[in-house]
Ligand binder design. Structure first.
Ligand SMILES: [Zn+2]
Length: 221
């Protein structure tokens, strides 16, 4: 009797151990996948460096409803950061994006930095109080935006567009908001703006629209 029951019990114990083991592996795999997914979600592709600008309105808060794209027109990132932190120049931005995609964060979106000057967006004047300013390192009249600059700007913008419920149609260029101002006040003496070129703007908008559309399709799956 003992001789027959013994291997049976061993088999039963063996089967239970295998099932328990498999369940354990399955459980920990799911757990690990979730941890990896979470960490991938948080991980930024492009590096962020914080360099605050002193050039902002201390009496107002920015309530972002739009985004204005600029280029710095400076030959190096060092020169751009010098200008954007100079008290004499009185120009700032929320972020400068270098050609390798590195983001220099200069102010939180709620800060009303001096980036747009005389400007009108959707009939509203004073864009510094209701837009986010993005400066691309370089001059789009001389060289196109790099793919890293476009990807980095999109990585920076996507969470902000959803946080402030900014529609893609409210992403514009400095030239667009200055031209609108000059149309309304043709006699006012203020410089025209060229940043950023229409070609680079269209390229940027195409990329961000594609990404938003792809994300929408993925979330509906
Ligand atoms: Zn500009």
């Amino acid at each position: 009797m003992i001789g027959k029951a013994f291997p049976l019990r061993i088999m039963r114990i063996g089967r239970e151990t295998i099932i328990c083991g498999l369940l354990l592996i399955w459980g920990s795999t799911i757990c690990y996948a979730q941890i990896v997914k979470k960490s991938q979600k948080k991980k930024l592709v492009y590096k962020e460096i914080f360099i605050p600008t002193p050039n902002f309105d201390r009496n107002r808060k920015n309530k972002p409803t739009g985004v204005i794209l600029h280029h710095t027109a400076e030959p190096t990132i060092k020169r751009s950061l010098g200008v954007l932190t100079s008290l004499k120049k009185k120009v700032g931005t929320h972020v400068v994006i270098d050609t390798d995609g590195t983001r220099y964060i200069m102010a939180a979106p709620e800060i009303a930095v001096y980036h747009a000057g005389y400007s009108i967006l959707n009939g509203r004047e004073g864009c510094n109080n209701f837009t986010i300013g993005i400066e691309f390192q370089g001059n789009t009249l001389e060289a196109p935006l790099t793919n890293d600059q476009i990807r980095s700007a999109i990585e920076y913008l996507i969470p902000l567009l959803s946080k402030y419920e900014i529609p893609l149609s409210n992403i514009v260029t400095h030239k667009m908001v200055r031209d609108a101002y000059k149309r309304k006040y043709p006699k006012k003496r203020c410089s025209g703006k060229v940043d950023i070129t229409e070609l680079e703007y269209r390229k940027f908008m195409k990329s961000i629209r594609q990404l938003v559309k792809r994300r929408k399709v993925e979330s509906e799956k």
